[in-house]
Ligand binder design. Sequence first.
Ligand SMILES: [Zn+2]
Length: 389
Amino acid sequence: MLELLFLLLPVAMGYGWFMGRNSIKQKDQNAKQDLSIKYSTGLNYLLSNQQDKAIDYLIEALKVEDDTVEAHFAMANLFRKRGELDRALKVHEHLVRNGNLPTKAKQQAIFELAKDFLTAGLYDRAEHMFHKLLKAKPYQLKSLGYLMQIYQSTKDWQQGIALKKTIFKLKDKQLLHNLANFYCEQALEAQKQGEFIAVIELLEQALVCDAKSCRANWHLAGVYEEHKQYEQAAKCYRAIYKQDKDFFPEVIEKMHSCYQALDDEEAFYNFIKQVYDETGTTSTLIKYLEFLSTKYGADKAVEFLLAALKRRPTIRGFKHFVKLQLANESSDNQSESLDVIKELVSAYLKMRPRYSCRSCGFNSSTHYWSCPSCHDWEQLKPVRGLEGE
Ligand SMILES: [Zn+2]
């Protein structure tokens, strides 16, 4: 009897192994069947235009594994392109929640999800996500850029400045330029509180971030003038010319009143003449004509202006020419017609924008430090050419 039992043992083992193998196969089979049910249900919903339900089923069917991650990103991308942000969000959230994702894919999912939040205007959630990526090398710079964009929209200058260390480490020019403008904005707030020393310190910090920020020098000059420190203010105006020749026409009048306070108009006109020789801008030309008129008489000024207009005609220059002619004219008849021409040109110039954004081409009659269209800082500058400088 015992022998029979021994004889049956290998048979039992064989049977056990066979049944076990079958049960694993069965489980696989079941899982596959389950997926294919979910997949076909998803497709059915998609075809019957019930897209939200379809996505739920398709996400379930497409298990997140190494080889399906790309498919998830592609699906989310497609939704985003079609403007279906909530669906893109759903897929990205699904990826972020998945615990088994490799680091690289996980970071990508967080980054994409942060971008979804940002587009949806959910700034605090986007901010939270981008902060998570500040130490992830491939996303560090981009995340910093988006964070600065968020803080600019929410006017949270302090939070932007808190990123200073990381921005300095990366030495990215655009980010440093943005940071300088954050300091300028904070300086304006300190100015409202009457904190003179803090304002100066903040503006100097702005120049440390971006030595080319003429805005920082513009505000500094204003503060110095307010405190009657005209020498310092004049220095800032001269610095602006070195920083940005295109922007300089904007400061000519302020610079002039500063030198008047210093009782050194000669130095001012010498500087203006030098700027005119170097740039040929209409504003400096008109300013220099004031000097010629006072020192050598109106005829000399007209002569100089005519020669300048022949070399480089501009409508503002022409308007000034008519103005000088009017001042000289004795005959009533002629003066009347010149008056009409002057009015016409003035009306035309008023219609034309005075500033244009060097980044996106946005035109405006008012000056803004941050472009209302592309939000870049310090890009609105006087228009050049026939209708401008
Ligand atoms: Zn712009």
